[in-house]
Every structure is written in C-alpha cells, then in structure tokens.
Design a protein around this ligand. Structure first.
Ligand code: ATP
Ligand code: MG
Ligand code: FE
Length: 336
C-alpha cells in the first residue's frame, strides 16, 4: 500500500510517500523559516502564499524520489487541522484536486496525530498502547494512544505550549526564531542550576502543564538584571529555563506512566528533539524500567511522512473523506 502524505498546516510545505505504513520512500520538506525569521514568527498570509508557490513542486519531487507515480498511489492523506486556516486550505485543496483527478481515496489527517505517528517510522516494534508526550510549537498534551488512531488526552497545557515557551524565551534573550534549537545549543554552555525558575504545579490536575509562569520569571529576571545594571548571562538563562521545562515534562510523564500502568513512553513534536529532554527522559525511563521512543529530529518537526503514516492507519480502518473536506483550524484529537 502506497500513501501520499501532504502537510501545509504552518510554515513547512511537505509531501512524502509511505509504503505499508512504516517505510518512508520519500520525504520532501520545503521550509519557510528563512522567510518568517525576518518577522520573528510565522506570518499567516505569507505562509499561505508560499505554500501555493511550492506545493506542486514538493509533491512532484516526493513522487519522483519514491520512484513512483500518482497512478500507483493507493490514497492521498492530507493534514486538515489544526493549524493556520489559510495554510491548511492550500494542502486540502491540492489533495482534493489530485484525489479527484487521479480517482484515489482522500483521507484527512489530524496534524498532531501525525506527530504521534512519526514514532512508527523508525521503531518497527512500537505498537499501541503507549503513553505519548506531545510537545510541539502549538500543543502540549499527555495522551494515551490506545490503538492506531485512538487517543485519550489525560493532560494538556493551560496556557503556552512548550515550543511556544522556548520561542518566546529565545526572543527575550535575542536568539531569534525559531528559538527551540537555539536555546538547546546555547544551554550547553550554561549552568542549569544558575537561576531557580519555577516549576508549575496545578492543584488537582497532575498531568496538566503551565509554562506562562516560567516565561514571566525569565522576563522578570532579565528586567531585574537590567535595573541593577548587571549583564545578563544568556547561556545560564537558556540552561536554567530549559531545565525547569524538562524537569516538569519528565516528572509528569513518568507519574502518568506509573499511575496508568503503561511501560512504553513516546515523545512527539518539535520539542521532542531537545537534547536535554531526551537525556532527562532517557535517564528517568532507565530508572523506572520503561521503554522510551522518539523520532529523529527530521521527523519531530513538521513533515509529510508523519501524515502519510497516520493516513495509512486511517485508510486501513476505512476512513474516507469527501469533496466537502474543509480545513478545521481547531480540530480536536480523535475527531474525524
Ligand atoms: P503544532 O504542531 O503544535 O501545530 P508546529 O507544527 O509549529 O506546532 P512543530 O513543528 O512540532 O510545531 O515544532 C516546532 C517547535 O519545536 C518550535 O516551537 C521550535 O522552537 C521547537 N523546537 C524544535 N527543535 C527544538 C529543540 N531542539 N529544543 C526545543 N524546542 C525545539
Ligand atoms: Mg514549522
Ligand atoms: Fe507541527
């Protein structure tokens, strides 16, 4: 079975061909990061326009690299939410057009379910059920993956997403966009115990997250340094901030795994490529005897392969979408 996966929910135009759900035959990503850098974040109108310019070429390349043609594809999988509506619409319209023209089934995919499914690519032994920590640019969830395409959300962020916090703190210390990878790098030169940033606990919600407090604490720290006329130590801020985020993510994930009696933990989304988070989770899982899974960095951030993989399992279950498929910017996990 060959699935063409298409992704355009944010600032990556991407397409991939997936064989039998787990084998990546091609994975083409056209990133707009350089373009949005100028503005310090993603500008929706620019994103949509760029997707329109790139999408045909990206899909053609994906088919070519996979040494296949549209005729040989069994289904077209496309992200239809959540994300930027104008950006999503480009992928959805394209997928509908191709699917109509080639007479192939159309399968709409949830972007975050795609992030989770990225774990299946390099871990052929990984099968549900498992616990997944989703840490992306716009979402932070703890979910139990009960079966392919079946999710139970047990925790979520109350305010900022983990990736959002990395990006905002990076901007505050002048690192630019996207900030996650830059904080990761700079933190290696800093002391993670230099500054005691808060670890948010939420009464009665052991698996929920909050990152706005630590973000404010970083801003306050910078302000108070400036008022005292002290130079800020950016590496120490990066290391200490990262440590407080990683600490909370690891603790809550391990607690959930214990309480739900799940011994397989996966991570998904852009922040899952953070080196401190990987190390911290690795250490905790070794201590507890849990099995840990995470994708290579290229499959952590947005890509078409993860959409093709999620699409494959939906296709196998019989999910089909019609010509009325629309972009759903606030699509909920598990919604079809
Ligand atoms: P969503 O998937 O929620 O719609 P998104 O698609 O923009 O949001 P992703 O592609 O999953 O998000 O990931 C991008 C985010 O990951 C950015 O916030 C970026 O800063 C963060 N990120 C990427 N690499 C790292 C890293 N090494 N350390 C920390 N954060 C990182
Ligand atoms: Mg992106
Ligand atoms: Fe994403």
């Amino acid at each position: 079975t060959l699935i063409l996966g298409i992704e355009s929910s944010c600032d990556e135009t991407a397409a991939a061909v997936i064989r039998n759900g787990r084998e990546v035959l091609s994975n083409v990503i056209s990133s707009q990061i350089e373009l949005h850098k100028l503005y310090g974040g993603v500008v929706p109108e620019i994103a949509s326009r760029k997707h329109i310019e790139k999408i045909n070429q990206v899909i053609e390349e994906a088919l070519e690299e996979a040494d296949t043609t549209l005729e040989e594809i069994d289904a077209i999988a496309v992200t239809y939410g959540p994300g930027l509506v104008g950006a999503l619409l480009v992928g959805v319209a394209e997928a509908k057009a191709i699917s109509y023209a080639a007479g192939k089934p159309l399968v709409g995919v949830h972007h975050i379910e795609g992030h989770v499914s990225a774990n299946y690519i390099e871990h052929l032994d990984l099968e549900p059920p498992f616990l997944c920590l989703i840490v992306s640019g716009g979402h932070t969830h703890l979910v139990i993956v009960k079966d392919y395409g079946e999710y139970e959300i047990i925790g979520r962020t109350r305010d900022d997403a983990a990736g959002e916090a990395f990006d905002k703190v990076a901007r505050a210390i002048g690192l630019g966009y996207p900030g996650g990878p830059k904080i990761d790098k700079l933190a290696k030169e800093g002391n993670k115990e230099a500054i005691a940033f808060p670890r948010a606990k939420i009464d009665g919600a052991p698996y929920d997250f909050s990152f706005s407090g630590v973000k404010s604490a970083v801003l306050n720290h910078i302000n108070s340094c400036q008022m005292k006329g002290e130079e800020i130590n950016r590496a120490d801020i990066a290391a200490s901030f990262q440590e407080s985020v990683v600490d909370v993510l690891v603790q809550k994930t391990i607690t959930a795994a214990k309480n739900y009696h799940i011994n397989k933990i996966a991570m998904a989304g852009g922040v899952a490529s953070n080196s401190a988070l990987r190390k911290g989770m690795e250490r905790a899982c070794t201590r507890e005897g849990f099995q840990l899974y995470y994708p290579s960095p290229i499959y952590c951030t947005d890509n078409g392969a993860m959409i093709g993989v999620a699409g494959y399992y939906e296709y196998k279950k019989g999910t089909r979408h019609g010509w009325d498929l629309n972009a759903v910017p606030n699509l909920k996990i598990g919604q079809r």
